[in-house]
Design a protein around this ligand. Structure first.
Ligand SMILES: C[S@@+](CC[C@H](N)C(=O)[O-])C[C@H]1O[C@@H](n2cnc3c(N)ncnc32)[C@H](O)[C@@H]1O
Length: 270
């Protein structure tokens, strides 16, 4: 997919997903958020940049950790609606709309002790370009911590993408699982000239009370929201039925408990 088109699909898709995102995903994403914070080991007084901050779950927690002794947190995201939610909930933080691949456009003269990117790299057309852009915003000795979804086969909801792609005849998130496989994230962090790179793989489940809640999380609260918003009613019913068939192995009576996996990577600028 053309990278400008991918950026538009992401920007306006996440604008649509913003009102639903935290309710649908916070429970499943909580282990990744906690692991990013643990790896970052934020200290009071530090200056933190949270890239692809979304509604600000990580931004808020980072601010709690650094606020004492004059710490600051800046959140950036592509989606205005995500940023509106984040700034409403965290007026103490500064929010800037920016493509994670082009941070110099809006943060040219700023350097940070820590750059965080929680589950944002999978949506960017060129994650390596994004990592290089993030590293340029680090002070010497600064840390970068990024999380991505893990192996495709470990994420029970993964058929969502081919199901939606078949209706739009393109790929909504072409790179989605690229950094989650094998040692891909560690390699990307080293190629971004970070040292002391470590990664860990952690498990999660996305738990939904019923089929409708599982479908809402997949179709209206995440990266396919724009494509789905353009489907007619018949197509919506068809993709929902296909998706429910794909997650049927993880149905427990009327509930669903979908396993998933994250990779958390951390490195330092020497
Ligand atoms: C799954 S959400 C993660 C939000 C937040 N970091 C969290 O952990 O809850 C993915 C976010 O990436 C943002 N995003 C997608 N492409 C982006 C890009 N090129 N630059 C910056 N943000 C981007 C989306 O707007 C969305 O808010």
């Amino acid at each position: 997919m053309d990278s400008r088109l991918q950026l538009r699909v992401q920007r306006y898709g996440w604008d649509r997903a913003a009102p639903h995102y935290e309710l649908a995903w916070n429970q499943a994403l909580a282990p990744a958020t906690a692991a990013v914070l643990a790896s970052a080991a934020l200290q009071p007084g530090e200056h933190v940049l949270d890239v692809a901050c979304g509604s600000g779950v990580l931004t808020r927690a980072a601010w709690q950790a650094v606020a004492r002794r004059g710490g600051e947190v800046v959140g950036t995201d592509l989606s205005e609606q995500m940023l509106a939610q984040a700034s409403e909930q965290s007026p103490q933080c500064r929010f800037v709309r920016a493509d994670g691949q082009q941070l110099e456009d809006s943060l040219a003269n700023e350097e940070f002790d820590v750059v965080l990117c929680g589950l944002g790299l999978m949506y960017m057309p060129d994650p390596e370009l994004a990592l290089a852009s993030m590293v340029r915003r680090l002070r010497p000795g600064g840390r970068l911590v990024a999380s991505v979804w893990g192996e495709r086969r470990a994420c029970a909801w993964a058929d969502l993408f081919p199901i939606v792609d078949a209706q739009v005849y393109s790929e909504v998130c072409p790179m989605f699982f690229r950094l989650g496989g094998g040692d891909a994230l560690a390699r990307a962090l080293r190629e971004a000239e970070l040292v002391g790179v470590t990664t860990e793989r952690i498990a999660t489940t996305a738990d939904y009370a019923d089929a409708q809640t599982a479908c809402d999380a997949a179709f209206i609260a995440g990266p396919v929201a724009l494509a789905y918003s353009r489907f007619d009613d018949a197509t919506r019913l068809a993709v929902q039925a296909e998706y429910l068939a794909s997650i049927e192995p993880w149905r427990l009576e009327s509930c669903y408990s979908l396993p998933g996996e994250f990779v958390i990577g951390c490195g330092k600028l020497s």
